[in-house]
Design a protein around this ligand. Structure first.
Ligand SMILES: [Zn+2]
Length: 453
């Protein structure tokens, strides 16, 4: 029988097993696994191990300095190995009173599984396992070998993942990687990278106390001083004025330029209405928004505090002020170099006294838009969704994909299940059953194309 008919049998098997796949998702969602408060983590790791074994993988729990990482391996027909990445931890539940169905009961409500983790990321785990199980049931083997990493610290910044990857490079010698991502506008998105993050805290201290504001004429105010420093760093034209900030921004390749041109404009008017936005930065037209959003670094004030900000009136001169700055970086900017640029900028502009601390960093990365992993996802999208996948050559978030792209040097694609309406990280997180089943078929088709590539 031709290969496509054979895949049809696998896809039909997934469809026929819808009820079981949904109950598999409910099983994972009912086990709590909130990484930030360490709730249910060990139990969840044990369940993942058992679940991988049940799906036919040879599974191991690896201790780390933080939460355990679970791996699975399954040898398939082809010579190639595809690495899958997911995480078993979830976000906290707040605000709890907004949930209309209890977050760990994982009830099916009007065709949606409603639970913390339904999409982020347990639905993605189940879609992949369902694909593997269907191949084993129909054909007795997968079209390619599979290596699976499921970590338990994604929602708290993946602190143990990089050391794990660096210590296990032999085990992770693979030919491609499927990361996680969600869907947009009825077609899969293929995210080929991630932005870096440079998170800085700036601290200004002009006195060891706050003063009565009748002395404002003679005492220097830390809030003003920090504001002057910040104002020197970015113009109202949105250009970052920190010397050297843009030095390592690499120009787009021809292929990337082509992909950016193909991107659908954002709907600025709709966003303005929905979020009651006064305006978009620079009043950019819709067609320029994707380029600006995806290919430009940012220099953002995430928060500031100084003086009195409570109810009513209190008259003081601030002796201390603090600002948090987050910069989303593009290839090949480096967070430590950016920190150094900010330090030099402050010194040059007479703000030597303002302290700068790098609180968090992650690196930017991007993967080849013409790799076999991308091609496998494109073929799978046509096959299952009858649509061309949207390629995002950069990725917009600061995920740990760089650890795989930069440290393992393999082509990576972030893609998976879950829509913008899946309310990940919010109350009433959900996954539509239909999306879960289509996602499983999509993963099966990816394995097939990757195995045949
Ligand atoms: Zn998340």
């Amino acid at each position: 029988m031709p290969a496509s008919d054979e895949l049809d049998a696998v896809l039909s098997h997934i469809e026929e097993n819808t009820d079981r796949i949904v109950s598999d998702l409910q099983e994972l969602c009912r086990q709590k696994s909130i990484s930030t408060t360490h709730i249910g983590i060990d139990e969840m790791a044990a369940l993942i191990l058992e679940r991988l074994e049940r799906a036919g993988l040879e599974a191991t729990i690896h201790k780390t300095g933080g939460h355990p990482i679970v791996t699975g391996r399954l040898t398939g027909a082809g010579a190639k190995t595809l690495l899958f990445y997911n995480h078993y931890d979830v976000q906290p539940l707040d605000p709890l009173d907004e949930w209309t169905s209890p977050p760990f009961e994982a009830n099916v409500v009007d065709g949606y599984v409603v639970a913390r983790g339904a999409t982020d990321n347990k639905g993605n785990i189940i879609s992949r396992l369902a694909a593997f199980e269907a191949f084993l049931a129909v054909r007795g083997e997968l079209p390619c070998s599979v290596m699976y990493i499921i970590e338990g610290e994604e929602e708290i910044g993946s602190p143990s993942l990089l050391p794990f990857i660096n210590e296990n490079k032999d085990m992770l010698s693979v030919d491609g990687c499927i990361w996680e991502d969600t869907f947009r506008e009825d077609v899969p998105v293929l995210s080929l990278g991630n932005k870096g993050l440079c998170y800085l805290e700036l601290r200004c201290r002009t006195a060891n106390v706050d003063f009565h504001s009748s002395h404002a004429q003679i005492y220097e105010n830390a809030a003003w001083r920090l504001n002057w420093a910040l104002a020197s760093m970015k113009g109202s034209d949105e250009k970052v004025l920190v010397e050297g900030f843009y030095d390592d921004v690499t120009p787009l390749t021809e292929k990337e330029e082509e992909l950016v041109r193909l991107m659908k404009p954002y709907d600025g008017a709709e966003r303005k209405k929905k979020f009651d936005l006064r305006r978009l930065a620079l009043d950019l037209p819709d067609e320029e928004l994707p380029r600006r959003h995806l290919t430009n670094p940012s220099f953002n004030i995430a928060g500031m505090d100084a003086g009195y900000t409570g109810e009513g009136v209190k008259t003081i001169v601030s002796g201390r002020a603090r600002a948090k700055i987050d910069c989303r970086l593009v290839v090949d900017q480096d967070p430590e170099k950016i920190r150094d640029c900010v330090r030099r900028h402050l010194d040059r502009h007479g703000f030597e006294d303002i302290e700068v601390e790098l609180l968090f960093k992650s690196l930017p990365a991007k993967s080849d838009p013409e790799s076999i992993t991308v091609k496998a996802c494109q073929e799978a999208s046509r096959r299952v969704y009858d649509a061309e996948a949207v390629i995002n050559p950069f990725g917009s978030g600061s995920t740990p994909t760089w650890m795989v792209i930069r440290n393992l040097g393999i082509p990576l694609v972030g893609t998976g299940v879950g829509y913008i309406t899946a309310r990940t990280h919010s109350a009433n997180e959900n996954l539509k059953v239909e999306h879960l089943i289509n996602g499983a078929k999509y993963m099966a088709a990816i394995c097939e194309s990757f195995g045949n590539a």
